[in-house]
Design a protein around this ligand. Structure first.
Ligand code: OVV
Length: 400
């Protein structure tokens, strides 16, 4: 790559496109080239700014007063334009509005709910992994990473059995939408537009079982915390953020351990490392690669003045490979201290569902550790390009 740099913005300016197929397929070398020019760069193609360094990213994410989510976490700027869907009432708001809805989901995902999920999810993991191990060869994405979350999570939410496959194209659209409206977005929109109505219908009280996470969200209406519409919107948030993310997380974990058998052996020898192994997968591969924030006022960031109401691209995945923060950042090492990684974000919007994501990844990994000695890639993995998620479309595996 060759990033062209000019400096009329008092910071490096580049026409590099972080949402090009080439960049999304392998962003890490681009990040390093860009990082060499400075912690803040201006992306002329999108008239926005971008930050790459771990400390700068955490500073921005911890300062919701200046770097707002309320104008959207995509490139769309709600200060100036309408978004592609009614905005999320937890992701795309700032405190104090955010705190109210966040509290609802925090409570819904609290200890007793997690304990119930652990029991149910463990049964699902044991069953699916046993079937795949008996087959010996399978696709790590189509047969495992997509199947498991699509079973256990909608069960936990209390969704209907029919139509669950719709959650994947919907999730893909939601995460593709936090970007310029490029071809990836257009394709995802075309595929998912017919099911948006179905998704919304599944968010109503009547569509949900009486004892799932969805019903627990509606219980907050009785307590006078949110109204009926807001409860539905919070169910929509679970369905938006809760499936594609863990599909990719599980797929990326399988990919890492198949690529780095030495790390698999370390995990086999000490299964208690599963938790930190998950964090290392998230640091190394990234969960969400990037989201935006919007400046609330003129700010000064690392010596660069950024005017009010401008977009800043937060490159989480770049922060998680920042050599100033991580020793040997391009090494997948499940014994490293992963504390503070940006795979679940940082600040007030840190992933509220991360306990569920961790649980799914942990149970699948634990079951594989129990049943599998070797994981081997049998054909080239195929990348799945998404404007903000990193993951695979296919990962042919053999286990023994
Ligand atoms: C893409 C995304 C992430 C997190 C939350 C939501 C969406 C939401 O719809 O609330």
């Amino acid at each position: 790559m060759n990033i062209q740099i000019t400096s009329d913005k008092y910071c490096p300016v580049t026409d590099w496109d972080p949402f090009s197929d080439e960049a999304l397929a392998d962003p890490f070398s681009f990040y390093e080239e860009l990082r060499a020019h400075g912690p803040v760069v201006y992306l002329s193609r999108y008239a926005c700014w971008a930050v790459l360094d771990f400390l700068v990213i955490t500073d921005v994410l911890n300062n919701w007063q200046d770097y707002s989510s309320a104008d959207g976490v995509g490139l769309e700027n709600y200060h100036k334009e309408k978004g592609w869907r009614p905005k999320s009432i937890i992701l795309e708001v700032d405190p104090p509005d955010h705190d109210k809805t966040r509290r609802v989901l925090t409570r819904v995902l609290s200890r007793p709910a997690m304990e119930k999920m652990r029991r149910d999810f463990a049964i699902g993991a044991e069953k699916l992994v046993s079937e795949l191990v008996a087959r010996k060869t399978f696709d790590g994405v189509a047969d495992l990473a997509e199947v498991y979350p699509l079973k256990v999570f909608p069960d936990a939410v209390g969704l209907n059995k029919e139509g669950r496959e719709n959650l994947l194209p919907y999730g893909s659209l939601v995460f593709n939408a936090t970007c310029p409206h490029n071809q990836l977005f257009e394709n995802a929109f075309k595929e998912a537009e017919p099911i948006i109505e179905w998704i919304m219908s599944q968010c109503s009280r009547e569509a949900l079982t009486k004892d799932g996470l969805g019903a627990h969200i509606y219980a907050a209406v009785e307590q006078g915390v949110v109204n009926e519409d807001e409860a539905g919107m919070l169910v929509r948030s679970l369905l938006s953020a809760g499936v594609d993310t863990t599909v990719n997380g599980i797929g990326n974990a399988l990919h890492c351990f198949a690529k780095f058998p030495d790390q698999w052996q370390i995990l086999k020898n000490d299964p208690s490392l599963a938790r930190t192994a998950i964090d290392e997968v998230l640091r190394f591969e990234g969960g969400v690669m990037s989201f935006f924030r919007t400046t609330n006022k003129d700010v000064e960031l690392c010596g660069t003045t950024i005017p009010a109401h401008e977009k800043i691209l937060i490159l989480f995945s770049a922060g998680d490979r920042d050599p100033k923060k991580w020793q040997d950042p391009d090494k997948f090492d499940i014994t490293r201290n992963t504390k503070g990684h940006l795979g679940f974000g940082a600040g007030v919007h840190t992933c509220v569902g991360q306990m569920v994501a961790r649980l799914e990844m942990e149970l699948v990994l634990a079951e594989l550790v129990r049943q599998v000695d070797h994981i081997e890639i049998t054909a080239d993995p195929v990348r799945k390009l998404n404007n903000s998620l990193r993951g695979l479309a296919s990962l042919p595996l053999r286990v023994s």
